[in-house]
Design a protein around this ligand. Structure first.
Ligand SMILES: [Zn+2]
Length: 134
């Protein structure tokens, strides 16, 4: 169980990202004009200012780029320690997700680990967390 946290407020722009887990899909916005990925979600492409940004389903796998282990009990229901990581997504150049690595002890996480997405539902939000492959 990951640490409880404030949930995002859904809107037309970020809904695809936060609810893709309902279909088991990790969705990242991509610009239909310059084809670059846009994350965090925003209504206008950060690169070419196009408004033609659309969610696309990506592989949902990646590599731990960097991480830290949190030992502070910020929330009364938080289980510590837990891992906060930055994951470089496969096939999504220029996007790094800040997330949690779950499903294994914190001391087993390392830079370069292959990970895959695992969604955790809270109300109408599916948080994209990651677990080690294999
Ligand atoms: Zn663009």
């Amino acid at each position: 169980m990951a640490a409880p946290r404030p949930l995002p407020r859904l809107d037309a722009v970020n809904r695809a990202f936060w609810t893709g887990g309902e279909s088991g899909e990790l969705r990242i916005l991509r610009c239909a004009d310059c084809e670059r990925f846009v994350h965090p979600p925003r209504p206008v492409c950060r690169w070419c200012l196009s408004e033609r940004v659309r969610p696309v389903t990506v592989a949902g796998t990646g590599v731990v780029d960097t991480f830290t282990v949190n030992h502070q009990k910020w929330h009364p229901e938080a289980e510590v320690p837990y891992v906060i990581a930055r994951v470089a997504l496969d096939g999504v150049p220029g996007v790094w997700l800040t997330t949690n690595i779950v499903g294994c002890p914190a001391e087993e996480v390392d830079v370069g680990d292959r990970v895959r997405v695992r969604f955790e539902r809270h109300d109408d939000v599916w948080l994209p967390l990651f677990e080690k492959c294999g």
